[in-house]
Design a protein around this ligand. Structure first.
Ligand code: SF4
Ligand code: SF4
Length: 177
């Protein structure tokens, strides 16, 4: 039997023993986002075991995942499915197969904002996202309205321990979580 490189890639990068899945469906049964997925959690795990790299990495499911970890908690084999979905997002972007790359781009800016300020600076993050996509005026009226109603701030408000928060984010990103 040829070696399943995709399974090795996922197990190696996550440290999760995906191959121990016996398709009991418990993960999918407890998943609040399953209805928004084109490939539900237990099926995604099954396809990884089957070596279906392209099918899994081009799926929209990792982008629908809420990272609530209900699946990981429910799994009788201790398989951290939420961790696998995070890895699938990263791999799908890296391989150019991501179904929703814009979600990844926004996530990256949001984490960068939290690393800088210790909390998210909403207006700055959305403006950077829109500028990067060339959508200079998209939803600007809504943005102005939200600032006027004080739903979001015009300027960033730095958290007291932003250095500590930045250090946590740096360690987390370095560990690929
Ligand atoms: S709950 Fe665990 S063992 Fe059951 S299908 Fe999901 S990943 Fe596989
Ligand atoms: S972590 Fe993602 S896949 Fe798991 S139950 Fe939550 S939404 Fe579903």
């Amino acid at each position: 039997m040829p070696e399943n490189l995709f399974l090795t890639e996922i197990e190696g990068s996550t440290g999760v023993a995906v191959s121990e899945c016996y398709q009991c469906f418990r993960c999918t049964n407890g998943c609040p986002a399953a209805r928004d997925m084109d490939i539900v959690p237990h099926r995604t795990i099954g396809l990884i075991i089957a070596g279906e790299r392209e099918r899994v990495l081009s799926s929209a499911s990792p982008w629908a995942c809420l990272q609530c970890a209900a699946c990981s908690i429910r799994c009788p084999n201790g398989i951290d499915i939420a961790r696998v979905f995070t890895a699938l997002r990263q791999l799908s972007v890296g391989s150019g197969m991501a179904a929703h790359r814009e979600v990844h781009d926004f996530d990256t800016l949001m984490i960068d904002s939290i690393a800088r300020h210790g909390r998210m600076y909403e207006l700055g993050t959305v403006m950077r996202y829109r500028l990067a996509r060339g959508e200079y005026l998209r939803q600007y009226r809504m943005g102005i309205g939200m600032v006027k109603k004080r739903r979001i701030g015009l300027f960033p408000h730095n958290a007291a321990d932003r250095k500590g928060i930045r250090s946590i984010i740096t360690k987390t990103v370095k560990n690929g979580r």
